[in-house]
Design a protein. Structure first.
Length: 161
């Protein structure tokens, strides 16, 4: 596993006007209503010729169907996670040991109706909701939970009206 590289990735902590955070339920886990790991933040790969700030906005448009957001913060460090052994060689097309992520805080500037999970022909998510930032870490799958805990602290100043 240690011979495989990390995939370059960006993530979005999208805050609404009330300081709540957007989370979405993975379409491949439709029965995970309250289960840890069924809900996550938007994230995705960085193209080889792309800057992270551009990538996070592109990912929002692709994954949740909106470009109604502005970057309001950035975590200063790249954060990494390793896949659990049973997913190495399976997840991330089998080419990566995990992901190296640059995380951004964004303010949602639109209305809830501007979020469209159905625009992608193969949607990653099938449901979404707004949650308090402090409630974010328990929703994460085990191997991403430490990153969500860092983000909850790092972006706490944005969790306000």
């Amino acid at each position: 596993m240690s011979e495989l590289p990390y995939r370059a990735n960006v993530g979005a902590v999208l805050f609404n006007r009330d300081g709540l955070v957007f989370v979405a339920r993975r379409a491949d886990l439709p029965n995970a209503e309250g289960a840890a790991g069924g809900w996550q933040l938007p994230q995705g790969g960085i193209d080889s010729d792309e800057e992270p700030r551009t990538a996070v906005l592109r990912e929002l448009a692709e994954e949740i169907g909106t470009n109604r957001a502005k970057i309001i913060g950035e975590h200063p460090d790249w954060l990494t996670y390793d896949l659990p052994p049973h997913l190495v060689g399976v997840a991330l097309k089998g080419r990566y040991r995990g992901q190296r992520q640059r995380w951004f805080a964004l303010r949602f500037t639109g209305e809830d109706s501007d979020i469209r999970l159905d625009l992608d022909p193969h949607p990653e998510f099938d449901a979404w909701r707004w949650v308090a930032l402090r409630d974010l870490p328990p929703l994460a799958v085990d191997f991403k939970r430490a990153i969500y805990e860092v983000l909850a602290k790092s972006f706490a100043t944005f969790a306000t009206r």
